[in-house]
Design a protein around this ligand. Structure first.
Ligand SMILES: Nc1nc2c(ncn2[C@@H]2O[C@H](COP(=O)(O)OP(=O)(O)O)[C@@H](O)[C@H]2O)c(=O)[nH]1
Ligand SMILES: [Mg+2]
Ligand SMILES: [Zn+2]
Length: 360
């Protein structure tokens, strides 16, 4: 299998050579590959020698996900099995806050170049949700593209496109229909050899249908494990990276209705750069942006240069980020306390990062 089709690139090549040069033993052959499918306990990985099965590693701090490039050793007895040795550097990483009560990161996909933020034009369209996805995408390092589906079910989609342009300044926006084929040609140029496009959005917006449309056959229906939900609708149950016949890869994901942001400082700055600039030019450093004299924010709101929704959205998300920061600090303190109590050496954040990228 030619791995460059799957996005193998120069930095990975130099890292790989580095690994080969510094390994302690040459007894076992090392394999490199990209995770295509997550089956829970096992992953399907593409390598130069075909597809292999990989057991999910047991180290709890390591979250392997579809899109990751991994180093493995071949199983001595079973040709199609491989064992985890290490994780290669991630070019991009899309995260969100894991659902549940515990404050923790959930990695959704890695090494994605372009994220299609998918909403359907008939009933799913939600500008505020779109904004969260945008921020998370900027934070991930990938480029967002807004894809509005089911244009055949919406008479006034130009209005929605206009709304998106106002929120996502400078971001490409497309309205498509997998049913009529409208707009499909316009999104094909994003798919190029070695480029990974991920589809993110709520369940039922037409992500899997779009993959099938792009491939020209119902590949996901035959390869995918599908289950009926209560509405009798077929939904994707796991993430899958599919190679397109004309080049490029597409990552289909199960639906995410809500997106709670994980630490997204850079993504926030990218999306709210205009507001950060205004704040920097307020007369007082500690300006509350309410009634203070010389407040650049209030001035911009009055003149209409700054939209109220944009400002409100910044305030809300900023509060959330602050809240998350506090919770993380609390968690860290609690961890410190528990660990000093049991005299356990604290495994700090650096240790985990080192583990993810260098422990082959
Ligand atoms: N009218 C219309 N229906 C669509 C379109 N794309 C998908 N659908 C339908 O929407 C439903 C959900 O599609 P699916 O691809 O499973 O959504 P996913 O959960 O995002 O993967 C299915 O019944 C599709 O037939 C479209 O462009 N127009
Ligand atoms: Mg699906
Ligand atoms: Zn101010």
């Amino acid at each position: 299998m030619d791995l460059t089709l799957y996005g193998w690139h120069e930095q990975l090549e130099s890292q790989w050579i580095e690994i080969l040069n510094h390994r302690e033993t040459i007894e076992k052959e090392l394999l490199r590959g990209r995770i295509l499918l997550d089956y829970g306990q096992r992953f399907k990985v593409v390598t130069e020698n075909g597809e292999k099965w990989l057991e999910r590693p047991t180290q709890s701090a390591l979250q392997l996900v579809v899109g990751d490039w991994v180093i493995m050793t071949a199983d001595e007895y079973q040709e199609d099995e491989a064992h985890f040795e290490g994780l290669m550097d991630r070019k991009t990483k899309f995260s969100r806050m894991a659902s549940g009560t515990e404050i923790k990161e959930q990695i959704v996909a890695t090494n994605v170049d372009i994220v299609f933020l998918v909403q359907s034009l008939n009933k799913d369209f939600n500008p505020r949700r779109l904004e969260r996805y945008l921020i998370a995408t900027w934070e991930s390092g990938a480029t967002p593209v807004v894809v509005l589906t089911k244009s055949d079910l919406c008479d006034d989609f130009l209005k929605h496109i206009q709304t998106v342009h106002e929120i996502a300044v400078g971001v490409d926006v497309h309205a498509i229909s997998s049913l009529t084929g409208a707009g499909i040609e316009a999104i094909k140029p994003y798919f190029k050899k070695g480029i990974t496009v991920a589809l993110l959005g709520s369940s039922g917006v037409g992500k899997s249908t779009l993959v099938n449309t792009l491939i020209g056959s119902d590949i996901l229906e035959t390869q995918d494990i599908r289950e009926d939900d209560s509405k009798g609708r077929h939904t994707t149950t796991h993430r899958e990276l599919v190679l397109l016949p004309e080049g490029g890869m597409i990552l289909d994901t199960p639906g995410m209705r809500s997106l709670a942001l994980w630490d997204a400082e850079e993504g926030m700055s990218h999306h709210f750069g205009d507001i950060e600039q205004l704040i920097a030019s307020c007369k007082f450093n500690n300006c509350g942006h309410k009634h203070e004299p010389g407040c650049a924010v209030q001035k911009a709101l009055k003149s209409g240069q700054l939209k109220h929704e944009h400002w409100e959205s910044w305030r809300k998300l900023q509060r959330e980020q602050k809240h998350l920061e506090q919770k993380m600090k609390q968690k860290e303190r609690a961890l410190d306390k528990a660990q000093s109590h049991y005299h356990v050496k604290r495994e700090n954040k650096n240790r985990i990062i080192r583990h993810e990228s260098e422990d082959y």
